[in-house]
Design a protein around this ligand. Structure first.
Ligand SMILES: *Cc1c(COP(=O)(O)O)cnc(C)c1O
Length: 383
């Protein structure tokens, strides 16, 4: 693997100079950092959230770095099978639970944990008892109201779940909540108080905390039995006011390209579709091969930070399908082939690019498209 800023081509292929670099060691570091936020003794166990192919990093690439996790959390049962196929033997939590009665046929591996979000799922389980009894987690609708039981329905669901456990249809029954505002300083107080009051006196383990809750509300997370971080494992900050570096996290993905063309434009000339950027003076514009078909956000505006030859500069005009334009004013020495960092290295966090584009880091990371080759840090590149 060449240094991050050196031109890179997958071996034996004539390729575009655009690639992502995934650093599994950074994931291992971030896992340790999350553990360190929790008490040294009696700490909750940790589900490493690896849905969306490990937030776009590739589960197969990062799994070796997650050996120290207590479990993996995925969206669908099919992904749980992928975890097994890749050699993961520990518990797997399935956030999406069952989408149809046929999904019960997929309950064929041990140590599955299913999130239960409505009563019909419990009926499906009762009618088609699985070969392997899954542990189940009842999800409270909480303050996010995406899926899960309302406060009114929760206790009835718990009684039914307990009856199924008594019949040996399911294993242990736990309690799961997911916060809408864990990234805010006072964002979980009310939500947690409501959830704790709801499950007061009910037996079973409790899980409430994603990355923002573990890092921002550690004392509360520490009173639960399982935490469920995702984003922070990949080195992005969940907070608007604190960067990943401040949190001691290392970016696990960086996106690199090159200047593949230089346009000298006159004052008043438009750059890109619709002339969304008009050159105020004569200027040098670098054309970078990376566009929205690669997963770079099309709605990133002029001014979105980009690093060219180690120097921070800015995007100009509209991002197009395969390319974008950047200001070479701060980098007059940049020539064709100059290295470009789009995010994740050279002091350019993915969350800063996301913020400039009006989105979040997780969308950029999960949105990297299949046509972008990925180089694994410390290993030979693969397409
Ligand atoms: C995605 C997800 C998580 C992980 O959230 P991050 O903000 O990425 O840490 C945790 N719990 C549930 C239910 C999720 O869907």
């Amino acid at each position: 693997m060449p240094p991050v800023n050196a031109p890179y081509r997958p071996e034996g292929l004539l390729a575009r100079p655009l690639y992502a670099r995934v650093d599994a060691a950074a994931v291992a570091h971030n896992l340790a950092r999350l553990r360190a936020a929790l008490p040294a003794t009696g700490a909750p166990r940790l589900w490493a959230t690896v849905k969306a192919d490990a937030y776009g990093h590739g589960l197969a690439r990062v799994l070796p770095a997650l050996r120290g996790a207590d479990g993996l959390a995925v969206l669908h049962l099919d992904e749980a099978r992928t975890c097994r196929r890749l050699g993961w033997k520990g518990p797997v939590l399935v956030y999406g639970g069952l989408y149809s009665p046929a999904d019960t046929l997929l309950l064929d591996t041990p140590q599955l944990h299913l999130v239960i979000t409505h009563l019909t799922q419990l009926h499906w389980l009762a009618q088609a008892p699985a070969a392997e009894r899954p542990a189940i987690w009842l999800r409270f609708a909480g303050d996010i109201h995406h899926t899960g039981f309302s406060a009114e329905d929760y206790h009835a669901a718990f009684e039914l779940a307990r009856a199924l456990a008594a019949r040996g249809v399911v294993g242990e029954v736990g309690h799961l909540n997911h916060y809408a505002r864990a990234d805010e300083a006072d964002g979980v107080d009310h939500a947690d108080a409501r959830f704790r009051a709801l499950i007061d006196g009910l037996p079973g383990p409790v899980s409430t905390s994603n990355s923002a809750a573990v890092l921002g509300h550690a004392a509360r997370a520490a009173t639960t039995q399982w935490v469920r971080p995702g984003l922070a494992l990949y080195g992005a900050s969940p907070f608007a006011d604190r960067g990943a570096a401040q949190l001691g996290l290392l970016p696990a993905m960086s996106l690199h390209s090159q200047v593949v063309g230089i346009q000298r434009v006159q004052a008043g000339a438009g750059v890109g579709y619709s002339g969304a950027f008009l050159a105020p003076t004569g200027m040098d514009v670098g054309i970078v091969t990376c566009g929205y078909a690669d997963g770079y956000p099309r709605h990133a505006p002029t001014g979105t930070p980009v690093v060219v030859a180690g120097v921070r500069t800015r995007l100009l005009g509209r991002v197009s399908m395969d390319m974008m334009a950047v200001d070479l004013g701060p980098v007059p020495h940049a020539a064709i082939g100059a290295p470009v960092t789009l995010w994740g290295a050279d002091g350019l966090p993915v969350e800063e690019v996301a913020m400039a584009a009006g989105t979040i880091a997780a969308q950029l990371l999960t949105g990297l498209s299949a046509r972008v080759p990925v180089a694994l840090a410390g290993a030979s590149p693969a397409r």
